[in-house]
Design a protein around this ligand. Structure first.
Ligand SMILES: *Cc1c(COP(=O)(O)O)cnc(C)c1O
Length: 431
């Protein structure tokens, strides 16, 4: 009924109003650019395209094909790889495509443990399990917040996996690919890097260069540090034609039918923008994360890895067990218009995912809104007022709102400077 439809509009409007006044710090989110956003309401949304450009199963794809080919070219150029598939509709979907192509019952896979920061799609109770596999997990060095090199070498030699997967959702530091390269080559397994979180940093040349460090296939989400649409990507330097075919058919018909053409067009634009602004953006994200880490640390918060400069990515992990635990604190932060998430720490039991001892903070979206290192001091102070001082969130919220007032525009994109949250304004012309 119409009143229900109106109700939905009202909720979305309220959401926009709220986010205009908030500090978004979820490490897996970002704001899409104005040019990319407009494509989300294009007619591409209403169409189907199955199979590759030029070999579609339906008519009507003349211009869709051109966009998809351009998106592939941009991706290949940005990551300096031979093969790019821009069809996966999410990071998990791209992971499933790799598992469909290269994995399966009876195959062995090694991966990071979920409590050490891996994503659920690489777990037995996620996509890996869906392919009938159970990952053998790498030993983890909590002090370094990274997998343990010697232990991992041993594990790889012992298990002789078909696939070695490297990927995390709490990616403070690059995994030691160079150190493991020789062992991985000896084992001969497929080397797979899940870059979901750090895709934009890699594309900006600011994290590590997985393909030059022995990786053969890389998947990622295109809406985290790469500030594009909600979507995924599959990139590869395939070792042979067989591997390429497995990846190709893993996507379609493996795990996809239509591949959401409107977000594909938005991805193409986002990739073009990242070519131009990505390096500068990635640099600032990391500078901001390190500055936020330092500022929180100076305010007596238990930020992980002080001895390593806190982070080499957009992410910080903070242990808040003493202050009441992740769950309680992210709820109080939300009341003060600071949006973050609770997170498992390496010493937490996976079964305590509802009440973990940490919080995870990301600086990619604050950076996109134009914030620099000095602003991280102020953000740290707001967080401290909630976490340490237990101030009334309502009071903090007023100050957060006022602070955020100066950061309403989107940066590092074409049409830079347009408002980040007046998202319905372009619909006026259709009223
Ligand atoms: C976010 C994430 C994914 C996939 O996320 P989607 O929401 O499906 O795009 C996969 N792997 C890792 C490591 C992630 O952090």
């Amino acid at each position: 009924m119409k009143k229900d439809a109106d109700y939905i509009y009202e909720q979305v409007e309220k959401h926009h109003e709220w986010f205009k006044k908030s500090l978004p710090m979820i490490a897996s989110e970002n704001i899409i650019s104005p040019m990319a956003r407009e494509l989300l309401i294009s007619d591409f949304h209403d169409r189907y395209a199955e199979g590759p450009p030029g070999g579609r199963y339906y008519q009507g794809n003349t211009f869709v094909d051109k966009v998809e080919i351009k998106a592939q070219e941009l991706a290949k150029d940005l990551f300096d790889v031979e093969y790019a598939d821009v069809r996966p509709i999410s990071g998990t979907n791209a992971n499933q495509a790799v598992l469909m192509g290269l994995g399966g019952p009876g195959k062995t896979i090694t991966s990071v443990d979920v409590s050490d920061g891996a994503h659920i799609s690489s777990a037995k109770f996620g996509s890996v399990g869906f392919r009938g596999m159970e990952p053998k997990t790498y030993p983890f060095n909590v002090d370094e917040m990274n997998i343990d090199v010697e232990g991992t070498k041993k594990l790889l030699k012992k298990e002789q996996p078909d696939i070695a997967l490297f990927g995390r959702s709490v990616y403070l530091f690059p995994p030691p690919l160079k150190e493991l390269k020789e062992t991985l080559e000896d084992v001969g397994c497929y080397v797979w890097y899940d870059a979901a979180h750090v895709l934009g940093l890699i594309a900006g040349g600011e994290f590590q260069d997985p393909f030059r460090e022995g990786v053969e296939v890389m998947t990622g989400s295109t809406h985290k540090t790469l500030p594009g649409p909600q979507r995924g990507i599959l990139l590869s330097n395939p070792r042979d034609e067989e591997m390429k075919q497995k990846l190709f058919y893993g996507v379609f018909p493996g795990v996809l039918s239509n591949h959401h053409l409107h977000t594909m067009a938005a991805l193409a634009v986002s990739l073009a923008e990242h070519q131009e602004f990505g390096k500068e953006y990635a640099k600032q994200i990391i500078k901001n994360a390190q500055a936020l880490g330092q500022a929180l640390y100076e305010r007596d918060m238990d930020v992980m890895c002080e001895h390593k400069g806190f982070t080499r990515s957009h992410t910080l992990a903070v242990d808040v067990q003493e202050e009441g635990g992740g769950e309680t604190l992210v709820e109080a932060m939300e009341e003060a218009n600071m949006i973050a998430n609770k997170n498992l720490m390496p010493w937490d039991d996976v079964n305590s995912a509802q009440e973990p001892s940490g919080i995870r903070l990301g600086t990619q979206e604050l950076t996109r809104l134009g914030m620099k290192e000095t602003h991280m001091e102020e953000v740290a102070e707001f967080i401290k007022r909630i976490v340490k001082d237990r101030e009334d969130p309502k009071k903090v919220k007023e100050d957060v709102t006022e602070f955020r007032n100066d950061f309403q525009e989107i940066h590092y994109c074409y049409k830079e400077g347009l408002p980040a949250h007046d998202r319905f304004s372009f619909l006026d012309k259709y009223d």
